[in-house]
Design a protein around this ligand. Sequence first.
Ligand code: FPP
Length: 232
Amino acid sequence: MQKPVHVGIIMDGNGRWAKQRGLVRTQGHLEGLAAAKRIVKAASDIGIKYLTLYVFSTENWKRTAEEVGFIMGLIKQYLRAEFDFSKKNKIRVRHAGDITALPKDIQKEIIDTIKDTADFEGLQVVLAINYGGRDEIIRAVRKFAAANGDMEKISEKDICAYLDNPDIPDPDLIIRSAGEYRTSNFLLWEGAYSEFYISKKFWPDWDKEDLEAAVEDFMTRDRRFGSVANQE
Ligand code: FPP
């Protein structure tokens, strides 16, 4: 099979990585950011077209104010510091999730980065920030209702058209680090037929070889999309 066009990653295990080393959780997130940078570079080198990173979920607000503030700070730092890298590697940055509930300064950084990288034609990195799959579906249905009024004939195609990034194909592969077997509200609609790859490794330990192993594993899968015959 071909390599995946769109890869989604649930970057899990930052806290456990830190705990294992007797460090504070925020140190795990700092190392998680370094891993995210390595994996963006690796995805670009491998020739993946879209990479969606689950940075902050709609449920992550339940964490302490200190941890939430720290992650928001990392997001800001990433968006600011990585522009030169994005420019050099032609990486286009996009966003998924409800931007309206984010702190104003983060909203501005996201909007500015999206604008500044809009013409880059390399890897597209979708940062899922204040993202929840259920929330995305609800927002899509509301947008459809506001535009069309009549809900009676709403179709799959209509919902797809109002998702956060309707032009991006569904993820072929969803990776989760740190060994948990659940979706945690990530790309619920888009991931209906995604292949899953679970790794025991905590996210801060992820490197190019780990992404390559996931891609290679994906290429051995037989995707049938509900049909019976091998489509190849
Ligand atoms: C999950 O680990 C990780 C998060 C909720 C935060 C992810 C954030 C980053 C990797 C840094 C920011 C990245 C970018 C690209 C701006 P966890 O805290 O749930 O770990 P645990 O399950 O071991 O406690």
